[in-house]
Design a protein around this ligand. Structure first.
Ligand SMILES: Cc1cc2nc3c(=O)[nH]c(=O)nc-3n(C[C@H](O)[C@H](O)[C@H](O)COP(=O)(O)O)c2cc1C
Length: 366
């Protein structure tokens, strides 16, 4: 038995938000929307199923804040009021099953493709890198200002729709991460150069979101603690960013790593042939947890009750977050809590990622 204070299934308060447990469904792009970016019945059903499966906080897949920030043609949007009603239905479905709903807000930046985002992709600097499908355009100051405002407006829509929290996607090589990383940000103005300048975009978004939704509305950030790339953001710099976010009053920080150019150290890492548990970002999340006051969420390769509760008990994390296992078994939290299983049967093969991109969101392992 785990001690009550470290029990994964004990209710916990995240800022003002009462969560039924510390089990988080990490943001997972499903590709189940139409080109209008509105939530479909299939997406709403999926969230109802996930909430019925017992997770405490369900984080949506990356939700675009502006048309030019779209990553795939079938992603969810919070870029216009026309998308509000769908967001509301998602929040209602999750609430009806006792869960809490967080909308992840993001912008693909240089990882976008013009055929999806409708223009030459935007990025901090016009540099063609391995993780960029096309040569991006360096953002003007007006475009930076407009994008900060778009994040704030999207957060406002999330709150209006009844979501319980928002998370900024500052990881995996997307736009906010591109500003933070010295590899992708070669700007010579106030948004590039030293770490303080590279953090400016993120901190302006945090401040604009807080002004829009209020400081008591939980604002989470998913941060790359390392890009796992030579010359990219590393743990020393991300630690400083984490402290700045903590000082700004965010509700929690989820620690991830990697970009699509990070070889075998991707954000969504392939499993070993044995399917052995990796919990591959834990060294990073532990390092950050030791230095910040806000709760820290561990994500990446966590597969068993034993490891999840161990992370909480040893104070290496305050919450655990899982993605691929819940594609395979949406009711995994309930199964772990009831003792019906001790471990996910997900083998981290990334078949789900490939089928999602082809429009069929599911686990491919029989
Ligand atoms: C199909 C799929 C879609 C994903 N989409 C997102 C996303 O939209 N935003 C995000 O931050 N992470 C996304 N991720 C990454 C997960 O949130 C998580 O960080 C990663 O998969 C590691 O956790 P896991 O080992 O439990 O799967 C996605 C992962 C998968 C498999």
């Amino acid at each position: 038995m785990t001690k009550p204070e470290t029990n994964l299934f004990t209710p916990h308060r995240l800022q003002g938000l009462e969560l039924r447990n510390r089990f988080i469904r990490s943001a997972t792009l499903e590709g189940l929307c139409g080109v209008d970016g509105r939530a479909t019945a299939a997406l709403i059903d999926l969230y109802r199923q996930l909430a019925a499966g017992g997770g405490g906080l369900l984080i949506s897949g990356i939700t675009y804040v502006a048309e030019e920030g779209r990553l795939i043609p079938t992603g969810l949007g919070a870029a216009s009021d026309a998308q509000l009603a769908g967001l509301e239905k998602l929040a209602v479905a999750v609430h009806q099953e006792g869960g809490s709903f967080c909308l992840q807000l993001g912008h693909a930046g240089g990882q976008g493709q013009s055929k999806v985002c409708g223009r030459q992709p935007l990025a901090p600097s016009a540099t063609k890198l391995e993780q960029y499908p096309e040569m991006p355009q360096e953002m003007t100051l007006a475009e930076i200002e407009g994008t900060v405002a778009a994040f704030a407006a999207a957060a406002g829509r999330a709150k209006q729709a009844g979501c319980d929290a928002v998370q900024l996607h500052a990881a995996h090589g997307y736009l906010i991460n591109q500003f933070l990383s010295p590899l992708t940000n070669q700007r010579q103005d106030a948004y590039g150069g030293d770490l303080a300048a590279r953090s400016r975009f993120l901190l302006e978004i945090v401040s604009a979101v807080q002004q829009t939704v209020g400081c008591d509305f939980p604002l989470l950030v998913k941060l790359n603690a390392s890009d796992n790339l030579a010359g990219g953001l590393d743990i020393d710099e991300s630690l400083v960013v984490a402290k700045l976010l903590d000082a700004a009053g965010i509700a929690a920080i989820e620690i991830s790593s990697g970009t699509p150019a990070s070889g075998d150290q991707l954000p969504i890492r392939l499993g070993h042939e044995s399917g052995a548990e990796m919990a591959y970002n834990v060294v990073l999340s532990r390092t950050i947890k030791q230095q910040v006051n806000c709760p820290v969420i561990a994500v990446g390769g966590i597969r068993s009750l034993h490891v999840a509760t161990g992370l909480l008990r040893t104070k290496q994390a305050d919450y655990v977050s899982l993605s691929r296992p819940l594609i395979r078994e949406p009711d995994l939290p309930n199964r772990l809590q009831s003792g019906a299983s001790e471990k996910s049967t997900c083998i981290s093969c990334n078949g789900c990622l490939k089928t999602m991109l082809r429009g069929n969101f599911c686990c491919v392992v029989p």
